[in-house]
Design a protein. Structure first.
Length: 257
């Protein structure tokens, strides 16, 4: 981060207009530089169990490894990646295993799972890691860019054959995700590294925001709000104004000089 940039952060979650309980969870763990959004699924309250387990498992792992880089990890290090990236991936894999094992033990939790999207600020930049269709965007110089790729059936179809805008709009299984925490005992985690510049804003969200609110709308709100807290509130209000079909969660992190 060039050492001189500070991070301002705000987060908020909302049940939305159509659901009767909130299966999303988020966490801002400032001392670790770790920010997490998780969108649970499985209904009957087990989705919120899964998303909370994901957030808690990450928090515990980062606390446990903070003072002790030599601590034995449950997974082998990927030698092609550095320590901090491995740490992030391992935390997510542990969360996955915990959710999976819990769902195997308790029939009421069978089939529960969660997406996870995280950013992890380190000395020289930020690691992004995700599983599922929760997203990270970056607002920079008046443009917004999605930095994650949805692990969704729709996105798989888009990649395999070019769908028309109309076919995308009418796709019947928009909410089917092809990768999530808790589905199997192992999970593949996608990561990337970014170097934030002054005034960059990173936006983490569940699909309750990215579904009803367009990228240009997000950019407009983030750019014009007086501060991050009111930006987060305005994003949620816009999602609800646009129908609020799902739980809505957002974290905003801005790098400031």
């Amino acid at each position: 981060m060039g050492g001189s940039l500070k991070i301002e952060v705000a987060g908020e979650t909302n049940v939305g207009m159509k659901r009767n309980h909130n299966e999303d969870n988020f966490s801002i763990i400032e001392e670790s530089g770790l920010y997490i959004v998780a969108d649970g699924m499985g209904g009957h309250a087990s989705g919120e169990v899964a998303s909370k387990m994901a957030v808690d498992a990450m928090h515990e792992f980062f606390v446990a490894t903070a003072g002790d880089p030599e601590r034995t990890w449950p997974y082998k290090m990927d030698r092609s990646k550095g320590y901090e990236e491995n740490r992030l991936i391992t935390g997510i894999k542990l969360a996955n295993l915990r959710i999976y094992e819990s769902s195997q033990r308790d029939s009421r939790q069978r089939g529960m799972g969660t997406t996870i999207v995280t950013i992890f600020a380190v000395e020289d930049g930020v690691y992004i890691a995700h599983v599922g269709d929760s997203r990270v965007y970056r607002a920079r110089d008046g443009k917004i860019e999605q930095l994650t790729e949805d692990h969704s059936l729709l996105n798989d179809y888009i990649k395999m054959k070019r769908l028309t805008a109309e076919e995308i709009a009418n796709f019947p299984h928009k909410n089917v995700i092809v990768r999530a925490l808790g589905m199997k005992d192992t999970v593949k985690v996608d990561t990337r590294f970014e170097q934030p510049k002054a005034n960059d804003t990173y936006l983490l969200c569940s699909d309750g925001l990215s579904g009803p609110v367009s990228d240009p709308e997000m950019l407009e709100i983030v750019s014009h709000a007086p501060d991050l807290k009111s930006a987060a509130t305005s994003l949620i209000e816009r999602a609800n104004a646009n129908g609020g079909p799902d739980n809505i969660t957002v974290i905003l992190a801005r790098w400031v000089a």
